[in-house]
Ligand binder design. Structure first.
Ligand SMILES: C[S@@+](CC[C@H](N)C(=O)[O-])C[C@H]1O[C@@H](n2cnc3c(N)ncnc32)[C@H](O)[C@@H]1O
Length: 260
């Protein structure tokens, strides 16, 4: 079977046994990641690989983790969080005149929504219900819910916040219940599931890197529909929404887009 056909068949079969449709992802990057994983597992072709994924839950889970790349950090790109805390939050709160509805889309192991909750607390920003934090991957969500991190993992937390919002136990730190209770973690596939509405702020950072341009466009449009007028999307430091104007967004600040 030629390579193209084998790949097409593989992605159709993978979508049947998992929540992942690789049609939406950039093929060269995905092919490379999948080949390296297959080599690690000692399988030589997609057919064998699919049988392994179906038969072995542990390998399946490892594969999903390998594919979705869930590295995160507290206050990732600190300068952008400063803009969020000092400019975006006060402006949104003022415009809204009430609590803000916030979503961390692709929240991984929780660093992003917990950073949000700490900033909201520090800045006295009221939150509508809870901050919604969603991800595709069950394993990362389990770690996020637990809220326990190593010293290295909380390196990005400013010392006063570390002191105020974490409990230390040996070499590990657990986020306190006050912050934990501000967040609702839920599993969701951004490319398949429907979105809640009326958000004031959506963070989608370092999630779309492997999506095709077409998929990114569709996703950003869905985000715009999920925002309130004047709501804001906060993206990652290597990301830009190229067709922002076309889909009704204008750049508020670099990495922050407002719904017109
Ligand atoms: C690199 S992490 C980014 C975490 C955090 N937003 C940050 O910037 O630090 C990307 C996360 O996106 C999630 N992800 C990838 N594709 C997704 C999809 N289709 N739906 C929901 N989450 C997805 C992955 O599981 C992973 O946890």
């Amino acid at each position: 079977m030629d390579n193209n056909k084998a790949w097409e068949e593989f992605i159709i079969n993978l979508a049947k046994i998992s929540n992942i449709d690789l049609k939406n992802y950039k093929r060269p990057q995905m092919e490379r990641r999948i080949s390296s994983f297959m080599r690690q597992q000692g399988v030589e072709n997609y057919k064998e690989f699919l049988s392994l994924l179906t038969a072995n839950k542990d390998v399946y889970q490892k594969f999903i983790e390998h594919l979705t790349i869930n590295v995160s950090e507290f206050f990732r790109n600190a300068g952008h969080w400063k803009v969020l805390a000092e400019e975006i939050f006060p402006e949104l709160a003022k415009r809204r005149g009430g609590p803000l509805k916030i979503w961390s889309a692709g929240c991984s192991t929780g660093e992003e929504p917990y950073s949000l909750a700490m900033v909201a607390k520090e800045k006295n920003v009221k939150i509508e219900n809870k901050i919604l934090a969603t991800d595709l991957d069950r394993e990362v969500l389990a770690k996020a819910v637990k809220g326990t991190y190593s010293e290295k993992e909380i390196e990005g937390v400013p010392p006063p916040l570390k002191k105020k919002y974490f409990k230390q136990d040996g070499n590990f730190y657990t986020i306190n219940d006050e912050i934990k209770n501000m967040i609702k973690f839920t599993r969701q596939n951004l490319l398949r599931d429907s979105f809640d509405k009326n958000f004031d702020l959506i963070l989608c950072r370092n999630v779309v890197i492997y999506f095709t341009e077409e998929t990114k466009k569709t996703l950003y449009k869905k985000f715009v529909e999920a925002l309130r007028p004047n709501g804001i999307i906060f993206v990652g430091s290597t990301e830009q929404i190229f067709n922002s104007r076309e889909i009704g967004l204008h750049t508020q600040k670099i990495f922050f887009y407002t719904k017109q």
